[in-house]
Design a protein around this ligand. Structure first.
Ligand SMILES: [Zn+2]
Length: 85
C-alpha cells in the first residue's frame, strides 16, 4: 500500500458552492450545514448557530443536554442573595 499523493489541481476540483457566511469555496467532500438559503461551512457553524438560533431552539439545547441546573444558576447568579431578618 503506497501513499497516494493528492495531485489534484484547483481546476480539476472546482468548488461546488460557497459558504453563506464567509463566502469561502466549498468542495465535493466538505462537511457543511445544508440550510434553506444555502450552505454553512464547518468554521462558521458555531457563530452562525448562536446568531440564528431561536429561543425555543436554545431551550431545546438546554433541556436535551440536561443543562437546566447550570442554566438556572447562571441566569440568576447576579441576583442571588441570602435573606436576612
Ligand atoms: Zn464559512
Amino acid at each position: 500500500m503506497g501513499y497516494i499523493e493528492d495531485t489534484r489541481e484547483p481546476e480539476d476540483n472546482p468548488p461546488v458552492a460557497s459558504c453563506l457566511e464567509c463566502e469561502e469555496p466549498l468542495y465535493s467532500g466538505d462537511e457543511v450545514a445544508d440550510v434553506p438559503a444555502g450552505y454553512i461551512c464547518i468554521n462558521c457553524k458555531t457563530s452562525t448557530a448562536l446568531k440564528h438560533a431561536s429561543k425555543d431552539e436554545l431551550k431545546d439545547f438546554i433541556t436535551s443536554n440536561n443543562l437546566e441546573d447550570k442554566f438556572g444558576i447562571w441566569f440568576y447568579e447576579p441576583y442571588v442573595k441570602i435573606l436576612e431578618d
